[in-house]
Design a protein around this ligand. Structure first.
Ligand code: AN7
Length: 352
């Protein structure tokens, strides 16, 4: 039997959780750090590139790390229900951990803007799914208000325990590499993840002198409040996971970028989709569009001559699995060829 018991157990003592916390785990975390040499070569080479593939968490996204912490805290004080606003991944994760704890879950999603695999997940795990005629930001404002009135636990990343659990990803990277990388590239939506990585790297550095990365946070052009310097009322992007105009932890994201000597930039939907295809086609890693944003940002900066990669060790976080959003691929694809069941037809199709 494996001795791995999830991130709360593995990083016990490093995650600031109340004593009443009772662990609810799906053995999340411990995701692979995958070398991506072919992609690195295509980007000009001369540096080391690793993908932290967070799509391999139990519900298919990085959200499980923070969710195990938030739900464990709620469960430990006998909370009966959790609620969140979500572009999809938080919803699926909250629903799964709540189910495991025997708790009710309610998830608010922007109507028509959540990828099929995420909505299906939330429903499969038994959440009450409510579509809001509005954006993620509208939905977040609603759940914040209701949790101030009703005894229902907010499990968006405003919940501090989400950040605590999420720090585990930074610890894992340092443990595998032996130190922090030179750069960390990742997508930024509501900005919980970048906040947690930075907190995690700083904590590990204080404890173990593991070093600190520079952080490149990447938003989608149509949903780039942190680049524009003001909220975006009608965010739009193909990367629905990061279709967010008022990031809850925006200030902390900016601070992480600044303190680390990094930055937050925006890339186009086209750049995101190109990188999604490059990752799948060159490395065999199929990630959802938002998850390709970090690497799309790295590519963008390299092309603009603003990024000195030579000799550097770069980690890109791919936050969610491609299976979450199959439609984005099949929509663009021509229909696969149909042949009669004969060898001649097959030879004709693949050898010509
Ligand atoms: C695949 O699920 O906000 O900057 O409600 O699903 O921590 O918000 C998802 C965000 C990146 C951005 N990649 O992370 C939600 C939600 C994927 C995501 C992000 C999300 P944050």
């Amino acid at each position: 039997m494996s001795s791995y018991q999830g991130v709360l157990h593995r990083y016990q003592g490093l995650l600031d959780l109340p004593a009443h916390t009772r662990t609810v785990t799906l053995m999340e975390g411990n995701t692979p750090l995958i070398p991506a040499q072919r992609l690195a070569e295509q980007l000009g080479g001369g540096f080391e590139l690793f993908i932290k593939f967070e799509g391999l968490n139990p519900t298919g996204s990085f959200k499980d790390r923070g969710m195990t912490a938030a739900v464990s805290e709620a469960y430990g004080r006998d909370a009966k229900a959790v609620i969140c606003a979500s572009t999809g991944n938080t919803a699926a994760s909250a629903a799964a951990y709540a189910a495991r704890a025997g708790m009710r879950s309610v998830v608010l999603i922007p109507q028509g803007k959540v990828a099929a695999g995420k909505l299906a997940g939330a429903l499969a795990y038994g959440a009450q799914v409510i579509q809001v005629e509005g954006s993620f930001d509208d939905a977040l404002s609603m759940v914040v208000q209701i949790t101030q009135k009703q005894p229902i636990c907010l499990v968006n990343s405003l919940n501090p325990y989400r950040i605590e659990g999420q720090k585990s990803a930074a610890f894992e990277i340092c443990d595998v590499l032996g130190s922090a990388p030179d750069w960390l590239c990742l997508p930024v939506g509501n900005a919980g993840n970048i906040t947690a990585y930075w907190a995690g790297f700083k904590q590990y550095h204080e404890l173990k002198s593991s070093g600190l990365p520079q952080v490149l946070g990447v938003q989608a052009e149509g949903a780039a409040p942190l680049v524009l310097g003001h909220p975006v009322d009608k965010p739009e992007t193909v990367a629905t996971a990061i279709r967010i105009g008022r990031p809850a932890r925006g200030e902390q994201a900016l601070q992480a970028a600044e303190e680390s000597g990094g930055r937050i930039i925006a890339v186009s939907d086209d750049e995101i989709l190109k990188m999604q295809r490059a990752l799948a086609g060159l490395e065999g890693l199929w990630v959802e569009p938002a998850s390709a944003a970090g690497l799309a940002g790295l590519t963008h900066e390299l092309k603009a001559g603003r990024f000195e990669a030579k000799g550097k060790r770069i980690v890109a976080v791919c936050t969610g699995h491609g299976l979450k959003d199959p439609d984005i691929i099949t929509k663009e694809m021509s229909r696969p060829l149909v042949v009669p069941p004969s060898l001649e037809a097959l030879e004709e199709a693949i050898l010509k």
